[in-house]
Unconditional design. Structure first.
Lengths: 271, 358
């Protein structure tokens, strides 16, 4: 395991102590082992990538972190405590937000409402106060709206604020989904293939947004991505998975020169 | 042209999230309120109240309730008639057990009782969805009607099995019973409708409403942003049943006066309110009004045109009504699932540019 002291990266960001640690996670679906005995940690403020060929178990790993799957073996430690098995919404309430590989937005609502849903965990007014609206509920709405507007500004989606999500093109939907996750002010932001299906320009935009988010809000980010160039440029440390096993872990440079990783990507006979 | 939102700038977020963001709408709303409260009461007579206004006001409350459940939270319910019956019988039991308490409080309490029953029958919604949930609520409908028919305690062991509302007054004016004034019952129901609509609007524009809509649009995504699906669905069932219960209590106590449960709150009632919501517009408070007005006015207008003007037999006109409603349901489901409210919205968008096409 890496050291616990904070350090400053070459580009001036501070990487703090471990915020989440996966210990010997094993996940089975019947007889199929999706994840076998994987351990890794995520440190505060870093961009952590999980890469691997198709079917390596990356998305399953993300689903374990966000509570969709309960692993058969292993422990998830979050902020120094062992996490009991919990439902996805409880994980979200603990400050872990995520986006999906195939966008999961609320199609019937406007962009603004979608991003506002990201703030639901911060909105605590009771139903009675909301029924009256004037006073507490309105004040809370305005206060959260201000935070949401900052994120809308930040991700440059002001012009589509009042547009129903169903009318937006793919690239913008991805950005709105990121905005919704960011609105929750998460301690850890999980991104499942944030650049899937995008052209070079959109990828560049998205990469810039991810870096800016990490830089400006200090958000810890764990992401899955297929585009090697993007991953190597963005991330501080990389976990490489293949067939449900961890075959590499380290800085992009270390991983790039790891023989197992080269084999997994270029292909050798598995035995 | 004359209906504009250009130049109507908002400088605060509070102003941006108000109910009628466009000035023109706001003025129209205040005029409607003034007419409803200050002008219409003086024009009331028995025919207007019993044929048009009371059914419209009461069904509009029921439609708002059902719209919260179906339109905002996406949980289909066919149990509206049963829940209205709960409101009616709760109101009856309260009226006869505590005669000294104000009728206003009885009706609100009847709504509360219905909310509890609604939550109970909403429990299966966590496990079953869509079509299957509709069938489960259908079970609630038949069970509740059966219960009120079979357990004599509910109708105070009366020989006929009916319940009838004793006379109750508010500020010395009769609201229930045989000696009511048209303007009094009209105002009484209007107050309930306006408050219900305001509450429904406030709930649906804030965080509770967003939770409901999140569950409706994609329940998995709702869970991942921290919405507890059980709480969200049950709160929708509770709020929805509360309004439906109030409408049931008003329907019994103020409108009909005496009720036989199978006849007044049968499955037809569930469908009628559901049709109002579909025709009016799912997920729109205005749509609930429009749907209720449409289905209340349709038979009146048909009778006026068919029987009085064209001289057709009454039964043919009555059958025509069924055909028209059926056809309209199909048309709306295929062409405009968001109902009259969406048509109004499109009209507004068109008016914004009219008469210039671009």
């Amino acid at each position: 395991m890496s050291t616990q002291e904070s350090y400053v990266t070459a580009d001036g960001r501070t990487i703090g102590p471990t915020v989440m640690e996966m210990k010997n996670i094993t996940l089975r679906f019947g007889g199929v082992k999706a994840i076998t005995d994987i351990s890794f940690d995520i440190r505060e403020g870093e961009i952590r990538a999980i890469i691997g060929p198709n079917g390596a178990g990356k998305s399953s790993m993300l689903n374990v972190i966000s509570g969709f799957y309960i692993p058969q073996e292993g422990e998830v430690w979050y902020k120094g405590h062992k996490r009991p098995p919990m439902k996805p919404y409880e994980v979200a309430q603990q400050g872990i937000a995520r986006t999906f590989q195939n966008i999961a937005l609320f199609e019937g609502m406007t962009v603004l409402d979608n991003v506002m849903t990201g703030r639901l965990n911060h909105m605590k007014t009771g139903m009675l106060a909301q029924a009256i609206w004037k006073g507490k509920a309105e004040a809370e709405e305005v206060e959260n709206r201000e935070k949401v507007e900052k994120i809308i500004d930040f991700l440059e989606i002001q012009h589509i604020r009042k547009t129903p999500v169903a009318r937006l093109p793919y690239g913008l939907k991805k950005r709105v989904e990121l905005a919704r996750a960011l609105a929750a002010e998460p301690s850890i932001l999980l991104l499942d293939e944030p650049m899937a299906g995008m052209n070079v320009e959109e990828k560049e935009d998205m990469s810039r947004f991810i870096l800016d988010v990490n830089d400006e809000f200090g958000t810890t980010i764990a992401l899955i991505e297929h585009d090697m160039g993007v991953v190597m440029d963005l991330s501080d440390r990389v976990v490489v998975m293949d067939y449900g096993k961890k075959i590499g872990d380290g800085t992009p440079d270390e991983v790039r020169n790891n023989q197992d990783v080269i084999d997994a990507y270029l292909g050798v006979a598995h035995d | 042209m004359f209906y504009r939102e250009a130049g109507d700038f908002k400088t605060t977020y509070a102003a941006d999230s108000q109910t009628f963001p466009i000035k023109f709408d706001r003025i129209g709303y205040y005029i409607a309120l003034i007419v409803a409260f200050c002008v219409l009461p003086f024009m009331m007579n028995d025919y207007l109240v019993n044929a048009i206004f009371l059914p419209f006001l009461i069904y509009a409350i029921a439609a708002i309730g059902l719209n919260i459940l179906v339109g905002y939270c996406g949980q289909v319910s066919l149990g509206t008639g049963g829940f209205m019956a709960v409101g009616a019988y709760a109101c009856y039991k309260l009226m006869t057990s505590f005669p000294e308490v104000n009728i206003f409080i009885h009706i609100v309490l009847a709504g509360g009782v219905t909310a509890l029953v609604g939550v109970l029958f909403g429990l299966p919604s966590l496990r079953i969805k869509g079509f299957y949930l509709a069938v489960a609520t259908l079970a609630a409908q038949f069970f509740l009607v059966w219960l009120f028919n079979r357990v004599p305690w509910f109708y105070n062991y009366s020989a006929s099995g009916q319940i009838s509302a004793p006379e109750r007054t508010l500020f010395g004016i009769a609201i229930t019973g045989p000696n009511t004034q048209p303007w009094a019952v009209y105002l009484f129901c209007l107050v309930f409708l306006v408050i219900s609509a305001l509450i429904a609007r406030n709930l649906t524009r804030g965080s509770v409403g967003r939770k409901w809509m999140a569950i409706r649009d994609m329940d998995i995504a709702a869970e991942i942003i921290g919405v507890d699906p059980l709480k969200a669905k049950l709160s929708a069932f509770a709020v929805s049943s509360f309004f439906v219960g109030i409408s049931g209590a008003l329907f019994f106590a103020v409108y009909l006066g005496a009720v036989e449960v199978g006849e007044a709150f049968g499955i037809q009632k569930s469908f009628l309110v559901l049709f109002m919501v579909i025709i009016g517009g799912l997920g729109s408070i205005f749509g609930s009004f429009a749907g209720a007005a449409f289905l209340v006015l349709l038979p009146v207008v048909l009778k006026l045109v068919g029987v009085d003007m064209l001289g057709w037999p009454t039964d043919i006109v009555a059958h025509f009504q069924l055909v028209i409603v059926g056809a309209l349901i199909i048309v709306f489901l295929i062409l405009e699932p968001h109902g009259l409210a969406q048509l109004w919205r499109i009209t507004k968008e068109k008016l914004r540019l009219w008469p210039f096409p671009h």
